[in-house]
Design a protein around this ligand. Structure first.
Ligand code: CAA
Length: 380
């Protein structure tokens, strides 16, 4: 696949790589250790205009291509998966739906603030009983004439508490099953909207993962996204894009771990020679880079389709499934080749391995991805 970036896009990609080396990588271990949200990086990315990479310039964005955004997701993940998550949820799960399904008024109200970073986005679909089965929404919204009355609880919400705009899914007509779900733009600060537990996680510990609690929250009538009952299809189409970004996350994490490994195996000596000089090591490194490149091709194939606004359901699931499997295989092998030091927190290998695990779970488990791929092949 011949993926070409314009020279301007390539300049942005190079600039983001430099930014990550100088500003993101040095913070990664600290964010992980302290389970701290990367507020300072969010501020810097906002100043750089990068929180609205593919938002058109007329809405205050940078007007870049979707593939450039995919490349940014990969780059962030080479250095810090937590920072990448903050960026990805905002871009794929909130910005894209507003651009795609928002009314002109909603776009004008929210996109400039999302682009400038004044508002950070979060995505509220998951509930305790609606994880893989996202149609089982218990959160409900009742049409009260002048507003929607929202009640319920969401769990595992990335960017929770720090975000100021939440795309929340709720049942508006339970007799209609998944055709009774609607999507709402809910601003932080509305009366009755509070935050519950902050999760303590194995990886991506610099992300803020919160419970959202809605108790008689009055959501303005005009804050429904799309039409009543369209919420499930909107959520599924959003996740097509989200899964491309998680694929890019898998590629980035795997490439980041391998890049860190190479100097270590060149420098470290056993039996009088460098670890890198053993053919077993060379075979493993060659296999890992080949797998990463194969995953990257799947990710950019899906990204290209998404950029062209073509259907990418199967391709996005394949990219997510394969790239995140590669991320787990590669990070485990990198730690193994690094040996004892790989198991210490002096080196980033154990963090890469812990961060990789969630990619097989969120935005649709890899079991769900295989169900989707089989379904797209006509096997139900
Ligand atoms: N785009 C548009 N429409 C779609 C679609 C898509 N990608 N996928 C399905 N639909 C439509 C179908 O065409 C169907 O429409 P009709 O009824 O008109 O024919 C309708 O939606 C229902 O589709 P299904 O029958 O396939 O629905 P289902 O109930 O069997 O569920 C599922 C399918 C694949 C299991 C789905 O529920 C799913 O993807 N589950 C995983 C949920 C998930 O990914 N959650 C992630 C949470 S967010 C997150 O993780 C964020 C974070 O932390 C960072």
């Amino acid at each position: 696949m011949d993926l070409k970036f314009t020279s301007m896009e390539q300049d942005i990609i190079n600039m983001l790589e430099d930014f990550c080396v100088n500003e993101v990588k040095p913070l990664a271990a600290e964010l992980d250790e302290q389970e701290r949200f990367p507020t300072e990086t969010l501020e810097k990315l906002s100043e750089m205009g990068m929180m609205g990479m593919y938002i058109p310039e007329k809405y205050g964005g940078a007007g870049l291509s979707y593939n450039t955004y995919t490349a940014a997701n990969e780059i962030f993940n080479k250095y810090c998966a937590s920072t990448a998550c903050m960026f990805e949820v905002h871009g794929s799960l909130v910005t894209w739906p507003l651009l795609t399904y928002g009314t002109e008024e909603q776009k004008q109200k929210y996109l400039p603030k999302l682009a400038s970073g004044e508002m950070l986005g979060a995505f509220g679909l998951t509930e305790p009983g609606a994880g893989s089965d996202s149609s089982g929404q218990k959160t409900n919204a009742v049409d009260m004439g002048e507003y929607w009355l929202l009640n319920g609880t969401k769990c595992f919400i990335t960017n929770g508490y720090y975000a100021s705009l939440y795309l929340v899914f709720a049942m508006t007509d339970k007799d209609r099953g998944n055709k009774g779900i609607s999507a709402f733009l809910v601003e932080k600060g509305l009366k009755g909207f509070t935050f519950g537990t902050k999760e303590k996680k194995m990886g991506i510990r610099g992300t803020a993962t919160y419970e959202l609690i809605f108790e008689d929250v009055k959501v303005p009538k005009e804050n429904i996204l799309g039409k009543p009952g369209d919420g499930f299809k909107i959520a599924m189409s959003i996740l097509d894009g989200g899964r491309i970004s998680i694929g890019a996350q898998g590629v980035g994490i795997a490439q980041g771990a391998l890049n860190e490994l190479i100097p270590v195996i060149k420098a470290r000596k056993q039996f009088g020679r460098s670890i890198a000089s053993f053919q077993n090591t060379q075979f493993k490194v060659a296999e890992m880079q080949t797998e990463i490149d194969a995953a990257r091709l799947l990710v950019y194939r899906a990204s290209q389709l998404h950029q062209e606004k073509l259907s990418c359901i199967k391709e996005a699931s394949m990219a997510k499934y394969y790239a995140t499997k590669v991320a787990n295989d590669v990070t485990r092998m990198c730690l193994q080749l690094a040996g004892g030091i790989g198991y210490t927190r002096e080196y980033p290998f154990e963090r890469f391995m812990r961060d990789a695990k969630i990619t097989e779970i969120y935005e649709g488990t890899n079991e769900i991805q295989r169900i989707i791929i089989a379904g797209e092949l006509g096997i139900h």
